[in-house]
Design a protein around this ligand. Sequence first.
Ligand code: NAI
Length: 255
Amino acid sequence: MGDGQGRVAVVTGGVSGIGQATVSYLLEEGWRVVVIDLDTPALAAARAVFSGRKDVRVEALDVTDEARVDRLIETIDQSFGPIHGVVNSAGIAADHHLFNTSAALFRKILDVNVIGTFLVGRAAARKMAERGTGAIVNIASISGLRGSKGRSAYGASKGAVVTLTQVMANDLAEHGLRVNAVAPGPIETPMVKAVHTDADRELYHRFTPMNRYGEPREIASVVAFLLDEKRASYVTGEIIAVDGGYRGAGIIVRD
Ligand code: NAI
């Protein structure tokens, strides 16, 4: 058995993109995984893929629904096994110039990306704190670290995820829990296919030293490292950019 040693991890946004790759990676590492999402067709497809497996459970949940989040986390902890890890990958994105960003869109993005991350993290942390061990990894974004164009709502939501991660790490350290975030650069997922135009793609290539988009599995492997209590035992409140060098880049010279 791998690093997961049969412990239970909950992955939100687990039927697509980064969340889906994280589910696969954690299963390979020997975790038992609860896949959470609200996309009904994708949930049905996931149930078909994992049917008959005792190490996976697939659950429908809107992470913004406080009462349902609390109930489901309690049920998972009681009936599937004590939760040791949480990955908050559920998220939504939109690119609009400031003038074209409505308050309604801004609130919706904050609700899913920030409040959803807070609710799932808080509910699971309450359970993990009873045992004094566990880890949470939030998926932030380089758009929460830099002022990307057209990202007032999305960027602000991810900036909030960064600070939320640091505050949770602070509040939960005394309970034996670690909280970190991964800030992905451009990763080939359904979200990016929906949001990035050809012009965006050209810009990301130009400003990323590694000159390519990342694969979801390249995020999953860092998430797995941060969840692992042996390899990342003294890492908390940290934001790791996994971005092909985007955040650290100055002038990029290409031949
Ligand atoms: P995706 O769209 O492929 O997957 C997101 C999943 O979250 C979907 O399955 C969706 O149904 C689910 N979801 C949305 N709202 C939900 C809700 N209220 N409750 C439960 N599930 C919900 O997107 P991707 O690219 O895999 O993104 C995952 C995370 O990574 C997001 O937080 C995103 O903001 C972040 N991210 C992605 C980057 C990229 O380049 N793909 C870059 C930086 C951050």
